[in-house]
Structure formats: structure tokens, C-alpha cells
Write a protein that binds this ligand. Structure first.
Ligand code: MSP
Length: 671
């Protein structure tokens, strides 16, 4: 019977287009899946998109689309990107698919039938961005995870008896492999030890979700809906025999790979839902750190994302894959920069593995007519040859151990240690001078040196294949070894390279990158960051803001006033939203300008407003304001202003910010 391996990425929210933060999770999973396949496991690798919930509904509304249209567009971008990158997922699940919806309802029913769901009333704070109930928070309090202001929710809901699982969960965490790394496990243990409250698992104040079975006024809480993808995609809750088979075969998951900010959902809620439904638990949940760009987490709201396409265009997918897994210590946060990417690419790929391949294979072509030579007599051997063989054997063992512990950077460091050792060996043995000589001893010696180098190259290439699949497939072909996908990695050992193997055509796999590569990538990203790619598109013909909210003080100049009347449809094109000021500061050398960061519920916007003469920055923090949210972004003093604050303009031009007498939630739309 073949051994199975089931690995998942989180499913990605469709409110943001894919960036390299998302690619990081996917690449890590893809690498593991590829290695498991080569090791002979019947592997299933799942990814997909998370499309329901209030966050997506609002983002769609802001973009003037239906949630389904919006989700279709962004989901297909994820799918397209993974294809372009050669990601080897076996399925791509969307939570808006019928198969998923029906099976989530089956899971809900199962948990309810087992007595773990009851009806109650929830009054408390909710973070729409994280789709998280924030226990113990007061109105106006920020979300402890993302810092955005929480919204007050008061609804009749279905509750899940999470409190019933506290002891069982703690027992589960006694297994150190269940949550990795250790730091995350400790955080989860202390969270659960501090006491678990029952969890609201339905919402009734919006409709973009899966209806609760037998009570369609409610939609299922988006995290229950989303987490369930791990079982619905492989057939849970289906009446089809094939799907049931698949579920039996692949569940439980061997690895759920996630980012550190979604640990609680995966390590507390998910196992509790599974226990309540009577299902087996995943074997390991691995949390990685964040990819930082310019010091902060890459994310849409911070506007500091780097698109994967840019790197693919300039350096290719392997460069990104190698960089992310080699440079970032898995589990910790890591910084991304184009400089570091190109430096790693040149040192390890172009000058490292790429150079080893081309010099070794070129010399075999030149001195042995393109056929792998073999050491012909014992006298041609030296301890240095044996040392390389020993290093290679050790590398195979250590690479496997480190990789299985998700220590990708150390595993790669080990493999590149072998590459460096062979480089040194080649330099010391000078096969290029031996190759020019015709005496028997020199011929035997150069044969040994080139065989040893080629065999070490074969081993480094085999180990690196899951990480850099394209380039290693090319090197494999150039070595005359055929299709690398057929490699039986479990049997990889020194000495398997056959005498007389005929090389293929030798060509460089990693052309060196120069400074212009960095400039090109930076330019491509700057162009994209113009009008932010994730933002709702502004209306084609922005209308004048109606008279009472004349935007005299806003970042963008007031649009020319339209003397005529506008229709209600015209007005509806202007998206006015309530926001709360999170950051306010003066702009150096600009007396009138303040730089504000305004949370509008779905994201935090940077807005530059000409109100510095009327408002001291510190008086604005925490103040609710009205912003025109769908105004085309523009640059002022080299900074992007993304929206406009609404204010009355008094005689003399003094601005007075629009405000409310009653409390209004952040993100509320003015109509
Ligand atoms: N939809 C939820 C997951 C539901 S799973 C049942 C979600 N989606 S997400 O799109 O916000 O994030 C998906 C994954 O991308 C997470 O693992 C997250 O950590 C990862 N990343 C998104 N931005 C990232 C960085 N800047 N750096 C590293 N990974 C980050 O959460």
C-alpha cells in the first residue's frame, strides 16, 4: 500500500490580489509536496481561496461589484499566478463552490447533532479585517491582532461549545509535534489555559456566506466555513463513493501550513470543531513568520506589497523560491529586498550551483566527448575524492533531517556546503590542466576528478529539486539523466552516476543578474504602486462633491463644481465612509499638510490633508472623520494620498472636519 501525504496552504482571502507574502506560504508547501512525491508518497497538495464573510462583502461593495464577481476575479488571479509559477497543487478549492457549501453544511449538522451547537445572543466587539470575535473588548477598542478599531455586534447567533474542549485541547498540545514551532505552541497553551469561551459561529446581519442548515437567516461564521475546506476538498460530507474514498485515504492532514497570525483559528478552533464532529485531527500545524518589506508586514493596507510577477519576469520562479526558503529562517519573520534577492541569486545560483554545473559538464564535453568518465585505476584516487563522497553522503542525511523539521534554510545551507566543497575541490585539482595532457595517469586523474564533481553535482541537484524545480530539471537533462520527476529520492546515494552516461546539450541555467535587474524590478513595482492595484477603481468621471461637504481642504484639489443637478446614481458613485484617525503627523516643509493614517474598516489608508493650520496632529488621533474612499490616489510631496477627508470650508478657507453627534461604526457608508 502506498503511503499518503496530505498538505494544505491556508485558503487566501480574495480581498487582496496575490503578493509574495502569499507566495511564501504556497512555495513552502509546494516544496514539501514535491519532496514527498519524490520520496514515493501518494501526495495531495491543496490550496484555494476564502471568499465569504463581511470583509469580502464590503470590499466588493467598495469596488462596485457583486461579491461573487469580485471573488471570481481575484480567485482567478491566484489560480493564474500559481500556474505561472508551476505550483504543483492537486486541487484548488473555492469556498463559493457548491461542493464546498453542501459539505460545510454537513459538517455544521454533524457538530449540531453531536450536541455542540446552541442558540444564544452575542453582544461584543468584532474585527472585520480578521473576522475575529474579540472577547472582553469595549466599543472603540482596537483589535489585538491587527490594531484596527473593532465594531460592536449585537445579534442572535448560533454558538459552538468551545469551552467543552479546553482539557482535550491541552492534552492534544502535550504532543510537541502538533504545533510547530515551540514558541507558537507555548502561546496557544497559555491562551487555552486562560479559559475558553463559547464561540459564535453564525452571523445574521449580512448574507454573504453559507446558510446555516434549517435556518437560512443566518450564515455560517466565515472561519468555520474556511477551515472546513481542508476536509470538504477531499470529499468529507459527500455522498459520492469516489469522494468518500478520497476522504478516507487522505484525512487526517499531515501538514497544515499557516502564517503566525492565524494560529488560534487553526490550533484552537479547528481541532475543537473536528473533535466535536468526531473527526480525526491533523498531524502537524506549522506556523511560519511574516515576510517584511521596508520593516513592516507586507500587506495591502500598508501598501508595501511586492508582486510575484515582477520577480518571475526578471529572475524566474526558482530565484524567488530559493531566496525565500534560504534567506528566511522558517518560523521567524524575514525581510525582503530586491538587493538581497539579486545578491543571493548571484552568489548561490549563478555562481554556485549554475557555475558548478556548467564548468563540470563543459569539461566532460571537452575531455571525454560528452560521456561521464569513470576513475580507471586505484592510483588515480586521492583522499580528496573520498572526502567529497563522504561530504555528499553526510549532506543527503542532514538535508533530510533538517527538511523534515521544516528547517529549510539550514537544509539548503547544507546542500550548498556540498556545492562549495566541490568548487574548492575543482580549483585544487585543476582538471582543466590535467585534461590537456595525454599521459595515462593524467587521463585517469581527470576522469576521477570529473566523475567526482559530476556525482556531487547530481546529488546537490536531486536534493535541491523540490526547491528549484525548473533549473534542476534542466541540469538533470544536461547530465543525460532524463526526467527528474522519476527520481527515487529515498534511494539517493553516492556512486549511482553511470559510467558512459551521455550528456545532453549544456547551457547556463542561471545567467548572472546585474544592477539593472534590481532597477527593473523596482521600476515595475513603482509603476504598479501608482494607483494601488487592490483598491476599488475610481469612477470614470469623478463627480463634484455635493455642496455641503465641499472638499476644500482635501488632499486632491476640489473638482470643478458642476452647476447643474446630479442624479442619485451620480451621488452613489461617491463612496463616503466613516474612518478613524490612527496616525497624524506634520509633513516636513509643508505648513498646511498633515499625513494621516485612517482606518476605514476594511483597510488603513494614507491620506494627505491640508488641515495642519486648523488642527494639531495629536488632537486628531482617535477622531472619526468622513472620507471619500474611492477617489483616485495621487502623489503629494512624493507621498501617496489615498482618499480625501471631508470638511466644511469657512470664510477665509479655515477647514472644519465633518463629524457626527452620535456614535457611528468605522467603515459605515454615508448615503
Ligand atoms: N483566509 C484566511 C485563511 C483561512 S485558512 C482556513 C487568511 N487569508 S490571507 O490571505 O490573509 O492569508 C493567507 C496566508 O498568507 C496566511 O498564511 C498568511 O500568513 C500568508 N501571508 C499573507 N501575507 C504575508 C506576509 N506578508 N508574509 C508571510 N505570509 C503572509 O488568513
Amino acid at each position: 500500500m502506498s503511503r499518503k501525504f496530505y498538505i494544505t496552504t491556508p485558503i487566501y482571502y480574495v480581498n487582496a490580489r496575490p503578493h509574495i507574502g502569499h507566495a511564501y506560504t504556497t512555495i513552502a508547501c509546494d516544496t514539501i509536496a514535491r519532496r514527498q512525491r519524490l520520496l514515493g508518497f501518494d501526495t495531495f497538495f491543496l490550496t484555494g481561496t476564502d471568499e465569504h464573510g463581511q470583509k469580502i462583502e464590503r470590499a466588493a461593495q467598495a469596488a462596485g461589484k457583486t461579491p461573487q464577481q469580485y471573488a471570481d476575479e481575484i480567485s482567478s488571479e491566484f489560480r493564474k499566478l500559481w500556474k505561472q509559477m508551476g505550483i504543483s497543487n492537486d486541487d484548488f478549492i473555492r469556498t463559493t463552490e457548491e461542493r464546498h457549501k453542501k459539505r460545510v453544511q454537513a459538517l455544521f449538522r454533524q457538530i449540531r447533532d453531536n450536541g455542540y451547537i446552541y442558540k444564544g445572543t452575542y453582544t461584543g466587539q468584532y474585527c472585520v479585517s480578521d473576522e475575529l470575535y474579540v472577547d472582553g473588548a469595549q466599543p472603540g477598542d482596537p483589535c489585538p491582532t491587527c490594531g484596527r478599531i473593532t465594531e460592536t455586534v449585537h445579534e442572535e447567533n448560533y454558538f459552538f461549545k468551545l469551552s467543552a474542549f479546553q482539557d482535550k485541547l491541552l492534552e492534544l498540545y502535550a504532543n510537541a509535534e502538533f504545533i510547530r514551532p515551540e514558541t507558537r505552541r507555548n502561546e496557544v497553551i497559555s491562551f487555552v489555559r486562560s479559559g475558553l469561551r463559547d464561540l459564535s459561529i453564525s452571523r445574521s446581519t449580512f448574507s454573504w456566506g453559507i446558510p446555516v442548515p434549517d435556518d437560512p437567516k443566518h450564515v455560517i461564521y466565515v472561519w468555520l466555513d474556511a477551515l472546513a475546506n481542508y476536509v470538504t476538498a477531499i470529499g468529507y460530507g459527500s455522498s459520492h463513493a469516489g469522494a468518500q474514498e478520497a476522504f478516507k485515504k487522505y484525512w487526517p492532514a499531515d501538514v497544515h501550513m499557516i502564517g503566525k497570525e492565524i494560529v488560534r483559528f487553526h490550533c484552537v478552533y479547528w481541532p475543537a470543531f473536528l473533535l466535536a464532529a468526531g473527526l480525526a485531527l491533523p498531524k502537524t500545524i506549522v506556523a511560519h513568520g511574516w515576510l517584511l518589506f521596508e520593516e513592516s508586514k507586507m500587506s495591502k493596507s500598508r501598501g508595501n506589497i511586492v508582486r510575484t510577477e515582477t520577480i518571475l519576469d526578471v529572475l524566474g520562479a526558482d530565484a524567488l523560491r530559493y531566496f525565500l526558503l534560504r534567506e528566511v529562517v522558517f518560523g521567524q519573520d524575514g525581510s525582503f529586498s530586491f538587493d538581497a534577492l539579486v545578491q543571493r541569486y548571484n552568489s548561490d545560483l549563478a555562481n554556485g550551483l549554475g557555475n558548478l554545473a556548467s564548468r563540470t559538464l563543459t569539461m566532460i564535453n571537452r575531455y571525454f566527448k560528452g560521456e561521464v568518465p569513470y576513475p580507471s585505476h586505484a592510483a588515480a584516487k586521492t583522499p580528496a575524492d573520498d572526502a567529497i563522497a563522504e561530504t555528499a553522503r553526510k549532506t543527503i542525511r542532514e538535508f533530510a533531517t533538517l527538511f523534515d523539521q521544516f528547517q529549510f534554510s539550514r537544509a539548503l545551507e547544507t546542500a550548498w556546503g556540498l556545492v562549495a566543497a566541490v568548487d574548492k575541490y575543482i580549483v585544487e585539482n585543476e582538471p582543466w590542466s590535467l585534461g590537456e595532457k595525454q599521459d595515462d595517469e593524467s587521463r585517469a586523474r581527470v576522469a576521477t576528478v570529473l566523475y567526482t564533481s559530476a556525482e556531487a553535482l547530481r546529488i546537490a541537484t536531486a536534493l535541491a529539486h523540490p526547491v528549484i524545480p525548473d533549473a534542476t530539471a534542466k541540469i538533470w537533462e544536461q547530465m543525460g539523466l532524463g526526467d527528474i520527476q522519476k527520481l527515487a529520492l529515498a534511494d539517493l546515494a553516492w556512486g549511482q552516476l553511470q559510467l558512459g552516461t551521455k550528456l545532453g546539450e549544456v547551457r547556463p541555467v542561471f545567467p548572472r543578474a546585474d544592477k539593472s535587474a534590481i532597477e527593473r524590478m523596482q521600476q515595475m513595482e513603482d509603476q504598479q504602486r501608482g494607483p494601488a492595484v487592490d483598491e476599488p477603481k475610481p469612477p470614470a468621471q469623478p463627480n463634484a462633491t455635493p455642496a455641503p461637504v465641499q472638499p476644500a481642504v482635501a488632499s486632491a484639489p476640489a473638482a470643478a463644481a458642476d452647476a447643474g443637478k446630479i442624479t442619485i446614481d451620480d451621488f452613489a458613485k461617491i463612496e463616503l465612509r466613516v474612518g478613524v484617525v490612527k496616525v497624524a503627523e506634520r509633513v516636513p516643509k509643508a505648513d498646511k499638510l498633515l499625513r494621516l493614517e485612517i482606518d476605514i474598516g476594511t483597510e488603513v489608508r494614507q491620506v494627505l490633508a491640508g488641515i495642519a493650520e486648523a488642527y494639531a496632529p495629536e488632537t486628531l488621533i482617535g477622531r472619526k472623520v468622513v472620507i471619500v474612499a474611492n477617489l483616485a490616489p495621487r502623489k503629494l510631496r512624493g507621498m501617496e494620498s489615498n482618499g480625501m477627508i471631508v470638511a466644511a470650508s469657512l470664510d477665509g478657507g479655515k477647514p472644519v472636519l465633518a463629524s457626527f453627534l452620535e456614535d457611528v461604526p468605522v467603515g459605515a457608508r454615508l448615503k
